[in-house]
Design a protein around this ligand. Structure first.
Ligand code: AMP
Ligand code: MN
Ligand code: MN
Ligand code: MN
Length: 280
C-alpha cells in the first residue's frame, strides 16, 4: 500500500484558517499518512500539530515556508524536518515578522487612500498568530467590498502594481537557506511554476538554490496544473533535485485546494522522503 504525503500546508499560525489541531484531524480524515505543517515564516504551530498528529496516529514533519528575496523577486522555500529550536532560524523569523508588521501598516495606509478604510485593523483582527499576511487583508477587503472571490481581491488590490501592494523585503535566498539547512532541514522550492520565470531565470534560480544547499523542487502542488507538474518533474530530474508534494492547503475557504488530494509523483522522480530514515 502506498503512503500518502502532504508536505505543504498552513494553519492559523500564518494565513490558514484551521488551527494546527483541526488541520491534523482533517488530514487524518482525508487519508494523509504523513503531514508537514509549513506556515509562512513561523514555527509557532509545530508543537501543537506534532502532538495532535501523535494522538490521531499519523506521521508528522516539522516544516516552514520561508519568504526569500532573489533578484528582487519573492520566492517561497519550504523547509522540511527543521529543528524549530535553532536560534538563528528564530532570529531570522523574527525579522521577517517585523517586516510584515511594518508592511501591514503601510498596506493599510495605501488602501485607505483608495477608499478602503480600516484594513490594517481588520486584517489584524482576522490574524490569529504573529504572521500578518496579504491573505488576511484579502479576507477583510472581500467582506468590505462584498466580493466573493479572493482571487479577484488579489487581482484588484494586492498584487504588484495594485493599491495595496508593498514589495517584499525578505531575507536573501542564501541567508534564508542557511537558516533551514543549519536547522537540519531540507530546502525545497515551493510551487516552482508560479513565479512566471523565463527558462533562463529558472535555471539561474535553481543553480543559485543548489549552490546554497537547496535539495528539492515541489513537483506536485495544489497550485500547479498538470502541465506545471510534468515540467517541474522534468526540471527536478534535469537538475538532480529531489521531488516533493504538497497541497498548499489554507483551509476550507479556498475550495480549489484540497488537503491531501494529490497526484502521485511522475515516473522517474526521486521522492524527498526516500532520503528520510524509516521511510521508503
Ligand atoms: P504574503 O506572504 O503575506 O505576501 O501573502 C502571500 C499569500 O497570499 C500566499 O501564501 C497565498 O496564500 C496568498 N495569495 C497570493 N496570491 C493569491 C491569489 N491570487 N489568490 C489567493 N491567494 C493568494
Ligand atoms: Mn499563504
Ligand atoms: Mn507559497
Ligand atoms: Mn504555502
Amino acid at each position: 500500500m502506498s503512503i500518502h504525503y502532504d508536505l505543504h500546508t498552513h494553519s492559523t499560525a500564518s494565513d490558514g484558517t484551521l488551527t494546527p489541531t483541526e488541520l491534523v484531524q482533517l488530514a487524518r480524515e482525508q487519508g494523509v499518512d504523513v503531514l508537514a505543517l509549513t506556515d509562512h515564516d513561523s514555527t509557532d504551530g509545530l508543537e501543537e500539530a506534532a502532538s495532535a498528529a501523535q494522538q490521531v496516529g499519523i506521521g508528522f514533519v516539522p516544516g516552514i515556508e520561508l519568504s526569500v528575496s532573489w533578484k528582487r523577486r519573492t520566492i517561497h522555500i519550504v523547509g522540511l524536518n527543521i529543528d524549530p529550536s535553532y536560534e538563528p532560524l528564530q532570529q531570522g523569523i523574527k525579522k521577517l515578522q517585523e517586516f510584515r508588521d511594518w508592511r501591514a501598516e503601510e498596506m493599510g495606509r495605501r488602501l485607505a487612500k483608495k477608499g478602503i478604510e480600516g484594513a490594517y485593523e481588520g486584517a489584524k483582527k482576522l490574524c490569529k498568530g504573529k504572521i500578518l499576511s496579504r491573505t488576511h487583508f484579502a479576507h477583510y477587503i472581500a467582506s468590505y467590498k462584498s466580493m466573493d472571490s479572493l482571487r479577484d481581491v488579489f487581482k484588484h488590490y494586492l498584487v504588484n502594481g495594485k493599491p495595496g501592494y508593498v514589495s517584499g523585503e525578505w531575507a536573501e535566498l542564501e541567508e534564508g537557506l542557511s537558516w533551514i539547512t543549519d536547522a537540519g532541514g531540507q530546502a525545497v522550492i515551493a510551487h516552482p511554476a508560479r513565479y512566471g520565470l523565463t527558462a533562463t531565470k529558472r535555471r539561474e534560480l535553481i543553480t543559485d538554490f543548489k549552490e546554497c544547499g537547496g535539495v528539492g523542487l515541489e513537483v506536485v502542488s495544489g497550485s500547479h496544473s498538470r502541465d506545471d507538474m510534468y515540467s517541474s518533474a522534468f526540471h527536478a530530474k534535469q537538475h538532480g533535485l529531489l521531488a516533493s508534494v504538497g497541497s498548499d492547503y489554507h483551509g476550507p475557504s479556498n475550495p480549489w485546494l484540497k488537503l491531501g488530494k494529490l497526484e502521485a509523483l511522475p515516473d522517474g522522480c526521486q521522492a524527498i522522503w526516500s532520503t528520510w530514515p524509516d521511510e521508503q
